[in-house]
Design a protein around this ligand. Structure first.
Ligand code: SAH
Length: 232
């Protein structure tokens, strides 16, 4: 990862605002309604920006970033916890990402499986995951978990959905962008890792918790990514 330009994507303004405050910006690029910034963070070349919410926004933003020369991409953001061990504020580092709303089961495909494609469970880069794990242990001891990130174009806010996503699909947390980024990275051979801080538990209180805890969770996620870039 040495000398590679690192890409950093957030879904929401809260997440990217923090980068604006710390990156020395040298260039600005605009395409398809997205704005990406290039500059340096802790002396390393970075390209970063806001994707917007959902899989299509994340996919377009990821390709734009790769086309600008990102040699690895890290997604920073918030998510709903699925693993009962996770508390609000805890962090999940992606071992892999799956689209939970990809469902061609009437045709005999497993839920989450992209028909006729050899991979649907996209593995995060081993080096980035290990570095993230060490960074997490240092910054937030005992509050980081490496696990499967599930993504779909739905805000999950019910116990039944949590149960299905946890038991049937083995997710540690659920959000709306990670697997789209992961698929685009897989298609381009670009290493990635998704870092998510828990803003809610994807249950009946998810909406209230999301609104209350997003800023705090975004702060934690930013601190994490900043330390990760420093450690690269
Ligand atoms: N910004 C809007 C909508 C945010 S949608 C608002 O303020 O209302 C939720 C965002 O947080 C998505 O980017 C998603 O990745 C993440 N997220 C957090 N909790 C989630 C949950 N329970 N289900 C799905 N996505 C969640």
């Amino acid at each position: 990862m040495k000398n590679r330009k690192m890409g950093i994507i957030g879904a929401m303004s809260e997440e990217v605002e923090l980068l604006h405050r710390h990156v020395e910006v040298t260039q600005k690029h605009e395409k398809a309604g997205l704005t990406l910034y290039e500059g340096t963070l802790h002396g390393r070349d970075v390209v970063y920006g806001k994707s917007g919410v959902g899989k299509v926004n994340a996919a377009v933003c990821t390709q734009f970033m790769i086309d600008l020369g990102a040699g690895g991409i890290c997604f920073t953001g918030v998510a709903g916890a699925l693993d009962p061990e996770l508390e609000i504020g805890d962090l999940v580092i992606s071992s892999s990402c799956v689209q939970h709303d990809m469902d061609a089961s009437p045709l005999g495909f497993a839920r989450g499986e992209v028909p006729f494609q050899e991979v649907s469970d996209y593995a995060a880069d081993g080096t980035l995951v290990e570095l993230a794990r060490q960074t997490g242990e240092r910054l937030f001891p005992g509050r980081c978990l490496v696990g499967k990130v599930l993504s779909g174009d739905q805000f999950i806010a019910s116990r039944e959905s949590v149960q299905m996503l946890r038991e049937e699909m083995g997710g540690a947390c659920v959000e709306m962008e990670g697997a789209a980024l992961a698929q685009v990275c897989w298609m381009n051979g670009t290493p990635f890792v998704v870092i998510r801080s828990m803003s809610d538990k994807a249950d009946g209180s998810a909406q209230v918790n999301f609104e209350t805890f997003t800023q705090e969770a975004a702060d934690r996620s930013y601190r994490f990514v900043s330390a990760l870039v420093e450690a690269l």
